[in-house]
Design a protein around this ligand. Structure first.
Ligand SMILES: *Cc1c(COP(=O)(O)O)cnc(C)c1O
Length: 395
């Protein structure tokens, strides 16, 4: 039996404390480890495999495309890329798409676009306002955008042009706005930063402020997009439309892909401004087309909404039972449970031991980001395992 953690320890950059499981196979909401043990996977590629592991629609599309044409570069037209662009535009409030490979790349593209807009229309304004506890990616610029000191400090100096302000606080955005501001970038719900659900009218207020100032509203829906919150895109739940939208995680049904989209008026990137060698890759785009079609045709977002409500209600039940659970929060199938002490690591390890893969969000919080196709019975199973684990803890 190969000892994979040992190989990891010897050869891999040690930037992440991994949870104790080597996943070798997956199907739907199930995963298997290298010893043949079966799990219920409520992380599923970190909110990526929105249709579960190896969904037949995604596998079929990838298999077909991978035997036909794997890569072309953006210097040529390719059909999966253009089909995906059309699908995204027809199903969102956006007019133009650029397809890249990850969330941070999508956000970088969005910020480049906002800076071009600032240069052309706002007297050279270039600053982007973002919020504390946000997460926008791990490049140097997106680290500057990500309002978390612990991620920024080791990498100083960071690129200029980002102002981090208090989240869920429209006045903080207002007082940070100057003549140099070209955009505000926020997540509908801060996901990595703690599943922080803002006030219902927060996004509307941010929208109104951006309109009033003529600056762009960039919505980072890398995690919340593609049905996660119970609507195809999170903005649909808040009665607003962003000017620029970024997507990644769920978009490819497991394949690595990102996209930034803009309304026509703001789609100001022009010839030579942007490119990406792997952008618009036919295989990842074919996977994304299949995923998006399946999500739309089967109202997967509606399922996430309903099963999400059920999950929250079951977790509220646990909260009533265990005094060391301080909060259950989230929307759709993006949900966190908070504890009054730093027990997340041991809770996650015990869940894995009992066959549930779940995410350690913070030292004192765990996150549920299951595939969006799960049913109430999967929730019963997961919450049952968690209940069992928590019953062994003296809070
Ligand atoms: C995961 C995430 C990113 C970064 O995506 P990568 O593909 O890891 O670069 C950016 N924004 C949000 C909201 C995310 O959840």
């Amino acid at each position: 039996m190969v000892n994979w953690p040992e190989i990891d320890n010897k050869y891999y950059m040690q930037t992440i404390v991994r949870d104790p499981v080597t996943i070798v196979r997956g199907k739907g909401a199930r995963a298997w480890d290298d010893k043949g043990k079966k799990y219920l996977d409520f992380v599923c590629g970190l909110a990526v495999n929105c249709l579960g592991h190896c969904h037949p629609a995604v596998v079929k599309a990838v298999k077909k495309q991978v035997g036909t044409l794997i890569q072309t570069s953006l210097w040529y037209y390719n059909t999966p890329m253009l089909q995906l662009a059309e699908l995204l535009v027809k199903n969102s409030c956006m007019d133009r798409v650029f397809i890249c490979n990850s969330g941070l790349e999508a956000n970088e593209g969005a910020v480049k676009l906002a800076r071009r807009y600032g240069a052309l229309k706002l007297n050279g304004a270039y600053e982007v306002i973002t919020t504390f506890d946000s997460f926008h990616g791990r490049s140097l610029a997106m680290t500057a955008a990500t309002g978390q000191a612990k991620m920024q400090e080791p990498f100083q100096p960071l690129p200029a042009g980002f102002k981090n302000v208090k989240s869920n606080d429209i006045d903080a955005i207002k007082s940070a706005t100057t003549k140099k501001t070209c955009a505000v970038m926020v997540e509908p719900i801060q996901a990595e930063g703690g599943v922080n659900v803002p006030d219902d009218d927060y996004l509307k207020k941010v929208r109104e402020w951006c309109d009033q100032k003529g600056i762009l509203l960039i919505l980072d829906e890398v995690q919340t997009g593609i049905g996660r919150l119970g609507a195809l895109f999170g903005y649909m739940l808040y009665g607003i439309e962003p000017d620029v939208l970024t997507l990644a995680k769920g978009l490819g049904g497991g394949m690595p892909i990102g996209a930034f989209l803009a309304k026509e008026k703001y789609a100001v990137l022009t010839l030579g401004d942007h490119n990406a060698t792997f952008g618009g890759n036919p295989v990842t785009c074919a996977a994304a087309c299949a995923t998006l079609k399946y999500v739309i045709d089967n109202d997967v977002a509606g399922n996430a909404r309903e099963v999400g409500k059920y999950l929250m209600s079951k977790l509220e039940g646990l909260k009533n039972k265990y005094s060391f659970i301080t909060e259950v929060r989230g929307r759709g199938l993006l949900v966190a449970v908070y504890f009054n002490s730093e027990i997340a690591k041991s809770v996650v390890a015990a869940c894995i031991e009992k066959g549930l893969i779940i995410n350690r969000l913070k030292p004192n919080a765990i996150r549920f980001i299951p595939p969006l196709i799960i049913l109430n019975k999967h929730v019963d199973e997961a919450v049952g395992i968690l209940d069992n684990v928590l019953s062994g803890i003296t809070g």
